[in-house]
Design a protein around this ligand. Structure first.
Ligand SMILES: *Cc1c(COP(=O)(O)O)cnc(C)c1O
Length: 565
């Protein structure tokens, strides 16, 4: 069962394994999946621990006016996973909770397997409430979430032991959701030495074993729980009282817990590393820029083209650099095939017929307000005028708002308001229930990828990387990965005010104006009247950005900087 004596254990609350396995909500989960896929390709001995999320993240339906309707995301567990015999137990509010575990194999190109273990509390022996603990991803209240984190962190370490993973090289926490694993590692040490209370020195050896990745500067991404709630769920612990620990003023912060217990901490792009160092100035925080799994996100037609001109691209993503040798017209043909696939998806799912000759802008991601899906609709009249003067364009949207995110849902409705207002002048399609499969089809099939976050809140962003790999240039605010991937007019275009300074105050009206100007004066003329130049930008997107912003390069960085040190 246990192939490698000293694997790296990767703990994550969400992971995107297959579109149908609804154990992910957005970028964090897609990244976890791509991390596992690249680890398997590179034969890095990773084992993944996560929760089963039997009822998943919700399935989205959208009413005509843009109102989001949420359905249960139950998925056929038995069809996708194998149930294992190992069990473990964790105490929650003093109750023993029995944990079972399911397995999914991520198989690399050479056959190497990264096993994913999904913890399940639905056993009949557990209380009715405890049976629900591994049902919903990001559902329920704070108490439910804390219990889930106990199952993931503490239960996860115990499940690993039950599976025979007794020596693990590193524990990698994908965000603070998994931080409680550090308390279990501490307890294991005490139990082994027959002690009951930890001393500050006990943290030193633990730290060497832990790696923590922070994924967002947004407040909601940093879990905090009342100390009283922690005591009720986990029992009283000396660590809650520690000076300079992770609890202060009666509030415990899971990011600080992870930070305090880790020897390597990183943000997910260079800029995000800087922003995190400003936010948490007592810690040494490095950065490893995110990526995407190239073989997963290259469209079938692009794959064929890469196979023809860069035969080993798939086992050595750096070679995508040689995309410069692919003839322009073949890139266009491969792109057109991906575009047709997208337009037929739009036809099928929205009943709308879009024209393949029209410039198509894509915007698909979680509908979080800071991502500003409605920035482009700041002035509808201006959009209409641009379309008349510089050339027609159309927009394709997708994305779910978290069920509790009222402003996010309002934002979705504003997109639908704009869609109604603009009618046939600027056709807009909004595809329901954004998922991994759609993520592939939309990023590959549009002509440019729009990204308008409010800086510096986009820690990395990865959908623009999927687009780049498929020859689709980004048109984006300078934030996250785009600061690293952007060369104006070579790999795409920036949306910037104040001459491109990244830290300026951001004003929606001003940024919308900058967006309109560039769309009208640069991008549409290039697409319609200087096609060769546009094709050159597409080719550079692959060669310069596809070759770098992938999880193969990212995993190699984790191996060198974090895992095998
Ligand atoms: C890639 C992807 C994301 C991440 O999008 P960002 O650009 O990072 O916001 C979210 N959801 C799905 C389904 C994806 O495929």
């Amino acid at each position: 069962m246990n192939d490698s004596p000293t694997p790296v254990a990767y703990f994550t609350m969400e992971i995107a394994l297959e579109p149908e396995i609804r154990t992910y909500s957005g970028g964090l989960g897609v990244l976890a999946g791509d991390t596992a896929r690249s680890a398997a390709d590179l034969r890095v001995p990773l084992v993944v621990v996560t929760l089963l999320h039997r009822k998943g993240y919700f399935r989205q339906e959208i009413a005509k006016d843009g109102t989001q309707i949420e359905h249960d995301g139950t998925w056929p567990v038995e069809q996708h996973l194998q149930r294992l015999d190992a069990t473990a137990q964790v105490e929650i509010e003093g109750r023993p909770v029995l944990l079972r575990v399911w397995r999914y194999d991520v198989v690399g190109q050479g056959g190497f397997v990264v096993p994913v273990h999904l913890i399940d509390t639905s056993d009949k022996q557990n209380s009715e409430y405890d049976q629900t603990l591994t049902d919903y991803l990001y559902g329920g209240d704070k108490h439910y979430r804390l219990c889930q984190e106990a199952v993931l962190g503490i239960g996860g370490v115990r499940i690993l032991r039950a599976l025979g993973y007794n020596s693990v090289r590193k524990y990698h926490m994908n965000e603070g959701h998994a931080s409680l694993l550090t308390l279990e590692l501490l307890d294991e040490r005490l139990r082994a030495e027959g002690r009951t209370a930890a001393e500050p020195d006990d943290i030193v050896p633990l730290r060497k074993m832990c790696v923590f990745t922070t994924h967002t500067p947004v407040e909601a991404g940093h879990d905090r729980f009342d100390q009283q709630a922690m005591e009720r769920v986990l029992g009283a612990r000396k660590e809650f009282e520690m000076k300079d620990g992770f609890c202060s003023g009666g509030v415990c912060n899971m990011t600080y817990l992870g930070f305090n217990m880790s020897s390597f901490i990183n943000g997910v792009a260079r800029k995000h590393g800087e922003v995190s160092r400003e936010m948490f100035d007592n810690y040494s925080i490095d950065s490893i820029t995110n990526g995407i799994h190239a073989a997963t996100f290259a469209s079938p037609s692009m794959k064929k083209l890469f196979d023809k001109y860069i035969p080993s691209w798939n086992s050595d993503n750096f070679r995508l650099r040689y995309a410069m040798s692919i003839p322009h017209h073949e890139i266009w043909e491969a792109h057109l095939e991906a575009k047709r696939r997208l337009l037929s998806l739009v036809q099928e799912r929205c009943g709308q017929t879009l024209d393949e000759n029209v410039f198509t802008i894509g915007f698909a991601r979680r509908v979080a307000t800071y991502k500003r899906a409605d920035l482009i609709f700041n002035q509808l009249k201006r959009l209409r005028d641009i379309s008349k003067r510089s050339g027609k364009f159309q927009l394709i949207f997708a994305g779910k708002a978290h069920p509790a995110d009222v402003p996010g849902k309002e934002l979705m409705k504003r997109v639908f308001d704009a869609k109604r207002e603009l009618g046939d002048d600027v056709p807009i399609a909004y595809i329901e229930d954004y998922d991994l499969e759609m993520g592939k089809i939309i990023t590959a099939g549009v002509d440019t990828w729009l990204n308008t976050p409010r800086p510096p809140l986009e820690a990395s962003g990865t959908s623009g990387m999927k687009a780049a790999l498929n020859g689709v240039p980004s048109f984006s605010v300078l934030d996250g990965w785009w600061i690293e991937g952007w060369i104006e007019g070579v790999t795409g275009w920036s949306i910037s005010t104040n001459g491109g300074s990244v830290d300026s105050d951001h004003d929606d009206v001003e940024e919308a104006q900058a967006l309109y100007r560039k769309l009208e004066e640069v991008i549409l003329p290039c697409f319609y009247r200087e096609r060769v130049r546009f094709l050159d930008i597409m080719r550079h997107s692959i060669a310069l950005n596809g070759s770098f912003f992938n999880t193969e390069r990212m995993m190699k960085e984790y191996v060198l900087k974090a895992y095998f040190t």
